[in-house]
Design a protein around this ligand. Structure first.
Ligand code: GLU
Length: 388
């Protein structure tokens, strides 16, 4: 630990308000016999409480289900085929969830289990539902504990490692810090276990091939992730404007150790989650339809407000909730793009109406906004647009 490390880690952590913390199997479960490291988990939950007291929201992504279940069912998880792997996960996930419920509960925190598949993060409507559940849980002060839904994931359609899953979760919830607790304290120029000249890398600002070459192949043991999947995670996180770090979880209270200067490799994105999201909306999406706005709504958007159904005069195209649509002002200019909160049919039913009337018209309480300001990019904000 160094003073410089303490200052750097401390300042970077202090700037984060929503943290995703990934816990690997090797830390939580004894490699030799599959037993749970209960005292380590309890100490980790003290760290979670510490972060919460600093005003941060915390989401945990934890492996360990397969390792715990394999122990109970006497399956050799390293040689298990998919059905055995899934059976082990089914048994182990209950134990894992229970362990978190108890350990977080000991600090007065409520654990909430979220099991995701690759599909859930790739299909728009399911993605949005998962995001809403995350935000609702955070509002209630619960601590989401995420794992891959191994029991239903298929061989071709699974993350298989929680490093990339954690990065996708960080992206989904617009987290500004992703911490990968690992059995190593970061990225090295070579494998430090076999090469005495290996140097630790404290900071990565761009993921070049040089770094990918350093990562080598997957690790061994219970977990599926090696350094390679961690760099894949870094690519996802950095693209989402989320800083990521790898540090050792082989100590009690690893987050406290980090604040005190423990070694880590930081991956530093150029942008913020908000800017990255806006860039994504502006750049990579083909609009599925368009909304015609009245003058008042166009002005409200320019003033940084959300788009309400009352300000929309017509709907064109066929789209589902979460699709990108163009926003057209009364002069026919595209003034922006956004992710719409209603499907086209619903949108047609509520345009021109006050938000308070939505439940009566649609039969359920949807969002007040047709497009929330966080889901909206004005033409002048787009990369390459002429400055206003
Ligand atoms: N989802 C798996 C489990 O809970 C672990 C995946 C990984 O090792 O990253 O056991």
């Amino acid at each position: 630990m160094t003073d410089a490390g303490q200052t750097t880690n401390g300042a970077r952590l202090a700037s984060a308000s929503r943290v995703v913390l990934k816990i690997g199997s090797a830390l939580l479960v004894e490699q030799s016999d599959g037993a749970l490291h209960r005292s380590w988990l309890e100490a980790l939950c003290a760290d979670v409480l510490m972060l919460r007291k600093q005003g941060k929201e915390v989401i945990l992504v934890s492996s360990g289900a397969v390792a715990l279940g394999a122990r109970q069912l006497k399956i050799d998880s390293r040689r298990a085929r998919l059905p055995d792997h899934q059976a082990a996960a089914a048994v182990g996930q209950i134990q894992l969830a229970h362990a978190y419920e108890e350990a977080l509960g000991g600090f007065g925190l409520t654990a909430a289990q979220i099991l995701l598949t690759l599909d859930d993060s790739e299909s728009r409507p399911r993605y949005l539902n998962a995001v809403n559940t995350f935000f609702t849980l955070l509002r209630y002060g619960a601590v989401p504990v995420v794992n891959e839904n191994d029991t239903v994931a298929t061989q071709e359609l699974r993350y298989g490692d929680n490093d990339r899953l954690a990065a996708r979760v960080a992206q989904m919830v617009s987290a500004d810090c992703l911490i990968l607790l690992s059995d190593v304290d970061g990225l090295y120029t070579a494998d430090p276990q076999t090469d005495a000249s290996a140097r630790h890398i404290p900071e990565v600002a761009r993921l070049t091939k040089e770094f990918l070459d350093m990562a080598g192949g997957p690790g061994s043991g219970h977990g599926s992730g090696g350094m390679r999947t961690k760099l894949d995670a870094a690519r996802i996180a950095m693209g989402a404007g989320c800083q990521m770090l790898i540090t050792s979880g082989r100590v009690m209270r690893p987050i406290q150790a980090l604040e005190q200067g423990a070694r880590a490799t930081w991956f530093l994105p150029e942008s913020t989650p908000r800017a990255a999201r806006k860039q994504w909306i502006a750049g990579t999406l083909k609009p599925k339809g368009s909304l015609q706005l009245d003058k008042g709504a166009a002005l409200a958007l320019e003033g940084g407000r959300s788009l309400l159904p009352a300000g929309v005069t017509a709907v064109e195209g066929s789209f589902v909730r979460g699709d990108a649509v163009s926003l057209i002002d009364p002069d026919g200019n595209e003034i922006g793009r956004g992710l719409v909160a209603y499907a086209a049919g619903e949108a047609r039913a509520i345009i021109g109406r006050q938000s308070a009337a939505i439940p009566e018209i649609l039969g359920y309480r949807g969002r007040e906004e047709m497009i929330h300001r966080d889901d909206l990019v004005l033409a002048r904000e787009r990369p390459g647009a002429a400055p206003a």
